[in-house]
Design a protein around this ligand. Structure first.
Ligand SMILES: [Zn+2]
Length: 358
């Protein structure tokens, strides 16, 4: 059985690494700007696309990050945050993403005086509407920012603890990886860890394995955002593999930000062959001009993945969800039912090595 475009579209999927402020619809950018009297560099979807969608010829991480200068000023009030979140959940639902974790930093949405709790509440209201309307499972991940102060991260950590079990499913650290080591924020991570909040950290994207090491051993990360540079440290790679620590891979974004030079050089397949728990994600649907189906298609086109490997990738996403175990099991039951209905063989054909790796 070949992983056709139609099967990839209908495949039950997750998106565990998905930034709210990098995943707006172009139409919504125009609408929010016009309602709020904010100037944009273009006044039509056609004019806006080449500015906010960074192509594969993107020259640097800096060029990639510049798009946030356009989206963030639009997301400074409750209505805008709730709308953007709801629409993003709708977009992922349309391509059969059954579970999504939407991340953003409340620290960056306070320009008009909203408190962090008001920001989280606004996003949660968008998620609630989406859960109700589409039946999608979704949660929030709050991101500390490396180049903002450790004190701000601690304040945000306290907010994450307040919202635990009320929509916030995890805590992250994003932002400039080079020169801003995760361990400087360890007080924030100590607090969330002690309150049993899940931790994922962007690491091994713009900086080497030392960054992944800190994320795991100083900050208690249970998943790693990107982690592509794990290939440079075999011992750490073995540790990540032995402990089944999921990697949130985002190949299109990794090529655009120059974390890897091109798709063929991406370690996704190498990681899978080693048995690592690898998940496939979009990072920024707007800026990367991508979606989950396309990420699967690119992985199939680049590495010639078999249907079995495609299913392994999809299932790893569900296994890595920041959900209580009974909920994850229920969700996986639903996934297996959908796979069965699609006629995708799963289970009996899987080799012993893969069964163990899963
Ligand atoms: Zn990211």
């Amino acid at each position: 059985m070949q992983p056709t475009a139609e099967l990839l579209r209908r495949l039950p999927k997750t998106d565990l690494h998905l930034h709210l402020d990098g995943s707006l619809r172009p139409e919504t950018i125009l609408a929010l700007a016009s309602q709020r009297g904010i100037d944009l560099p273009a006044d039509s979807v056609e004019g806006l696309r080449p500015i906010v969608e960074v192509g594969l010829e993107c020259r640097s991480l800096e060029e990639y990050l510049r798009v946030f200068d356009i989206t963030l000023p639009l997301l400074q009030d409750a209505e805008a945050l709730s709308r953007a979140t709801y629409e993003l959940a709708e977009d992922v639902h349309r391509e059969n993403v059954l579970y999504a974790e939407i991340r953003y930093s409340p620290l960056l949405h306070r320009d008009q005086g909203m408190s962090m709790d008001e920001v989280v509440f606004a996003v949660e209201s968008g998620l609630q509407r989406a859960r109700h309307r589409f039946g999608i499972r979704c949660g929030q991940i709050l991101c500390g920012i490396r180049h903002i102060s450790p004190e701000a991260s601690l304040e945000l950590a306290e907010c994450a603890v307040r919202w635990k079990d009320r929509g916030v499913v995890g805590f992250d650290l994003a932002g400039a990886e080079r020169d801003y080591p995760a361990k400087e924020h360890r007080e924030a991570f100590y607090l969330v860890q002690n309150n049993n909040v899940n931790i994922t950290i962007h690491a091994g994207e713009a900086f080497g394995p030392a960054s992944i090491h800190q994320a795991l051993h100083y900050c208690g990360a249970r998943r790693i955002g990107h982690g592509v540079r794990l290939v440079e440290d075999q011992d750490l790679l073995d540790y990540v593999n032995d402990h089944r620590i999921p990697l949130e891979l985002c190949p299109t974004s990794n090529v655009q930000t120059k974390a890897v030079p091109d798709f063929a050089s991406h370690p996704l397949k190498r990681f899978m062959d080693l048995g690592l728990r690898v998940t496939l994600n979009t990072d920024n649907r707007l800026i990367s001009a991508t979606n989950s189906t396309q990420e699967f298609q690119r992985a199939v086109d680049t590495f010639g993945l078999s249907m079995e490997e495609v299913v392994e990738l999809a299932v790893a996403g569900f296994k890595s969800a920041f959900l209580p175990l009974p909920e994850r099991v229920r969700l996986l039951d639903e996934v297996f039912e959908q796979l069965h209905a699609l006629g995708i063989p799963y289970g009996q054909e899987i080799s012993r090595r893969r069964r163990i790796a899963l």
